[in-house]
Design a protein. Structure first.
Length: 557
């Protein structure tokens, strides 16, 4: 199906996340741009820069009423663009119109009216004016929304809960001459937004020592035009894209197949990075806390009640051809239930709301979208008390967290057979080893070993973000004895090569044990091998050759 993209001129909104239509909401990680048209769709490429969010006029929130039989009840109007992640909302409403059959009425004695509003600008304007007390946004956009709406406390955004995670719908395609992520430095990247710096892209760049300022960005919010531009313009190194365009580019049977293209990373690998939340105005929460509490409870219950009726309702609402078309919108989405929401709000979760907020804020400061010296705390935008109340009441104990163990254990772990196209991150992790040693003291105060631990911290964090990847640890040894052993004859050379091959593998095995025992990484996701002296980095600095390289390899097809 055709995918429609419109968003705000704010920031991040770059990528989309579902098979089918998707029109983006305020601050969405799936969004586009306020301006119509494209930069670079013809002629010379026009590069863009990030800009802050322009805030629409602010007013007090409004709750109308409706009579479902038995007297008027509060009516909450919620705008929706076309997106599969709303499935639980349709299930909770038990139809397209306000109804006594809805979970909202049964739990909280209020009604919900779903309205089709594709324009993200109109959604934000409705939120700001008070017409829509609840809308949705990606978690990574909250620092920008918090900064833009700080002048009026009434509209301060508060995250009530998690709708869904993008789980495969977003990705970064690259031309074959981009051998590693580091090769993106100074290159042109195509996005779907006139403001280029999506959180997914910024995060990916950061993992490879780059920032949004290290790349040049052009945009086109029309997927078909963007695909053509990516295919025909040799200046463009990568495209932050979405399904179905990702599939079309990579499928040899597709008319849109681009032979020299590979998928560098997708949200199937980083499957908890792009998190879509429902946010509420602060004045609404203050004046209608019971409605907010019932809303959250209804959403948690409905996450387990998505059915064929839900797909039929979605198809009717979005004017799709058939319920099956609505069902496919969830192929690249994971609708979050109660225990998954709890995990998301856990301050200790390395991929949760707190961490995403902090990371995003730092990226935006680096770009200058949020002023340097400004710091917002995640607690200022999170409202976990509603989930906490459900937990205290002992509700939803039968629901299971299905994303904790999302690693694809059925995939092959024979990394020697995996193609280089499956490498999503590559780091030359120069972990220092003393000559002839295969371990080091992780608690040592030596600067070299302290740096080793800092690098391992990063590796562990990346592994937790990339939930469907395996780590290949490749041990290396120095080449200082190579010439001497060669002069001693073929046997001495072979014996020396074998000995150092073993030493290099022992170094990789040591790092593997640290990652498993100290950082708690699953053993089946960390593999170790050694290549001896076959891959030196610097013949004049042997310390750089006594190292372990790290590769993150996607096990998704």
């Amino acid at each position: 199906m055709k995918r429609i993209v419109i968003g705000l001129s704010i920031l991040v909104v770059v990528i989309a996340g579902a098979v089918g239509y998707k029109m983006l909401s305020p601050g969405s990680s799936h969004g586009g741009g306020l301006l119509a048209g494209a930069s670079g769709s013809s002629g010379a490429l026009t590069y863009v820069k990030a800009s802050p969010l322009a805030v629409p006029p602010v007013g007090g929130f409004q709750l109308t009423t409706t009579d479902l039989g038995g007297g008027p009840v509060p009516l909450l109007t919620i705008p929706l663009d076309t997106w599969g992640g709303y499935a639980a909302l349709f299930a909770a409403n038990a139809g397209l119109n306000p109804s006594k059959d809805s979970l909202f009425y049964k739990i909280g004695h209020f009604a919900v009216q779903l309205v089709h509003v594709e324009s993200a600008t109109d959604q934000l304007a409705g939120y700001s004016s008070g017409k829509y007390p609840i809308i949705w946004a990606s978690m990574d956009s909250l620092p920008l929304l918090r900064d833009a709406l700080k002048a009026d406390k009434r509209v301060a955004p508060k995250v009530l809960g998690l709708f869904d995670w993008s789980a495969g719908g977003d990705g970064i395609l690259a031309k074959s001459w981009v051998k590693t992520p580091a090769d993106l430095k100074g290159k042109t990247i195509l996005t779907s937004s006139n403001t280029p710096y999506a959180f997914f892209l910024l995060w990916y760049l950061a993992q490879n020592g780059l920032t949004g300022n290290d790349v040049k960005v052009v945009w086109d919010d029309d997927g078909a035009k963007a695909l053509k531009l990516f295919k025909q313009n040799g200046e463009i190194a990568a495209w932050v894209s979405w399904t179905p365009y990702i599939n079309d580019c990579l499928d040899p049977k597709s008319a849109s197949y681009i032979p020299d293209t590979r998928l560098m990373i997708s949200s199937k690998d980083a499957n908890q990075l792009i998190a879509d939340c429902y946010i509420a105005r602060a004045d609404f929460l203050q004046e209608s806390p019971k409605i907010a509490q019932a809303f959250v409870e209804a959403m948690m219950e409905a996450s387990q009640e998505i059915s064929d009726k839900t797909y039929a309702d979605m198809a009717s609402f979005y004017k799709l051809a058939a319920p099956g078309a609505a069902k496919t919108m969830l192929d690249d989405v994971h609708v979050a239930n109660f225990p998954e929401n709890k995990m998301f709000f856990d301050e200790g979760n390395s991929i949760g709301a707190y961490k995403i907020f902090i990371l995003a804020q730092e990226y935006y400061k680096e770009l200058g979208v949020i002023p340097q010296g400004t710091t917002y705390e995640a607690d200022q935008v999170l409202a976990p008390q509603f989930l906490a109340a459900l937990d205290k009441a002992g509700l939803f104990k039968d629901q299971k967290n299905t994303v904790l163990n999302s690693f694809n254990t059925k995939s092959s772990l024979d990394l020697a057979d995996l193609e280089s196209s499956k490498v999503v991150l590559t780091d030359n992790v120069e972990l220092y080893f003393d000559p002839n040693e295969n371990t080091f003291d992780v608690n040592s105060d030596r600067p070299e070993f302290k740096q080793n631990v800092q690098l391992l911290d990063k590796v562990a964090e990346q592994t937790k973000f990339l939930s469907t990847t395996a780590i290949e640890l490749v041990g290396n040894s120095d080449t200082s004895m190579q010439a001497t052993l060669k002069a001693q004859g073929a046997q001495a050379y072979a014996d020396g090569a074998a000995e150092l091959m073993l030493l290099s593998k022992q170094r990789a095995e040591f790092i593997r044990s640290v990652l498993i025992d100290h950082y708690g990484l699953p053993p089946n996701r960390v593999l170790a091998t050694g290549v001896g002296w076959d891959n030196p980095l610097d013949p004049s600095d042997q310390a750089k050759n006594r190292r372990v390289d790290v590769k993150f390899i996607s096990l998704q097809q």
